[in-house]
Design a protein. Sequence first.
Length: 579
Amino acid sequence: MKTTNGCIGAVFAVLIFSAFFLYGQDNSKKESVSIPMRDGSSLSTDIFMPYGYSKEKYPDGVPAILVVTPYDKSRKSSIAKWQERFVKNGYAFAVQDMRGFYASASAGKGASRHYDGYDTVEWLARQAWCNGKIGMLGYSHLGAAQYETAVTNPPHLACTIPAQAPGNYYTNSLYPSVFRKADMETILRGAFTSRTRQLIEREMRNRSRSELKQFNTPMIHSGGWYDFYREGMIEMFLALRQNGGAGAQKTQKLFIGPWGHGVMQEENPGKPLALPGGMSYPVNAKLDWETEFWLPWFDHWCKGKQTGIMDRPAVRYYLMGDTLNPAALGNIWIESDSFPPKSSPTAYYIYPDKTAGREMPESEEKFMEYRYDPENPVPTVGRTHARLPVRGPYDQRPVEGRSDVLVFTTHELENPLIIAGQVKAKLWASSDKKDTDFTVKLTDVYPDGRSMLFLDGIVKGRYRNTLAKEEFLEPGKIYEFNVDLGYIAIVLAPGHRLRIAISSSNFDRFDINPNTGEPYGDHATTRRLLTERLRPEPVAGNPEYIKTEVATNRIYMDRGRSSHVILPVVSSIEALGHK
């Protein structure tokens, strides 16, 4: 399990996302303090007390909600209403500039911040106004800060709600290998450096370590089906339920909706949830987080109130469906005690006539081939990765007609196809180069022809067996490649079709493979492509590598080498364990 690998609290850089994450403040009275850290530095923190606070009114003290941010605590944003809601409901609200940023810049970015969350939580708990209960809240990097804090197990951390956050930046952002290199360096908006390789080497040294037992904090792990941290969120939930500390195993909850990273699903209540790719989910896709989840959760763990939050099923996720047909199955919330639900692994095979279906191929020695040119990779259409906005389910037809994309489509479905759980692909393939990539996409093809992305993944030839060891390909030899496409919960409606698209690139979601077998690093082609497609200015200095080679790759689809995807198919809504 990915979340058991390495130091879960390690965060390698600032993820600068969007103004939606930035902390804002109204005209409420605040106290700005410098909270001391164990290394002698201090972190700037603004504390807002409950309205009407007095020792007489709150003789037992009040709990505090802590937000740790690298996005400047003094700037305005929607997070200001978090402060307003909590101070109106008897909480102190503390927001801290993360070490090395803004008012905490003097602490230095390079210094270790492993115990900053611990020291901050315990300092707040010691204040005369505090009842000794601290909760944490926040999205993305603000959510990652909660995992960083929880792994150090501060005694007074009562609960957290990490949202759209990675449990492990190594596995959820950079791995496998450096496929996500383009993601991370794009989002960092910085120069290409050797830091990526340093992080990979550190991860390899730490892969045998697990710190799950150190987690003893109740958590609501929340995110979206189109969020690039989806797998990290789900795997953190599963790992802590099974292997966390005694205080964590029975106190984890999971919430997943049909949104992407940075999509503010709580905005514009009463209106459908419109995603940038043209999909629009019903009004029920939006949640009243503050009333339905935040206050009941924090009131339970920080104030000892019986809110009923722990009596509800541990898992709540949105089963996506046809967004144009209100009568179609799906587009409902499923509540269950576990995830993923029980399902039947069902293979959908690809055929030489570009169709796909349930029957295993019977033909001999059948394959399709294409030329993959790293200088002209398949462009990413609709993003489920680190460049904001995360666009999610865009129509893939603009790239499905390329000669380096193999497309296989089922006949129209006669019955609803319920897919809920982890999806994998198994390819039999060969290349005339010592290293190359293979990509897989799954789309929901609507009756009007739109091919809407819902999952994608990639495998690198040299890491086909293990990420811990390079094993180069023998040109022309046929190998079995396994591609993890991640988790999903979706219903393909009758009249729709399932499509499987196979290629060797998906840039800039994944960095290019130059097909040379050279070590990964700063490549001239990646620089050029990012400059042309994403960056307003080129990167200074000389790249490490400049060479690329065109690969001729084959995908096999015969009786002995039947490439296919494996779907976790569920027979009915009732079989999902819906409460």
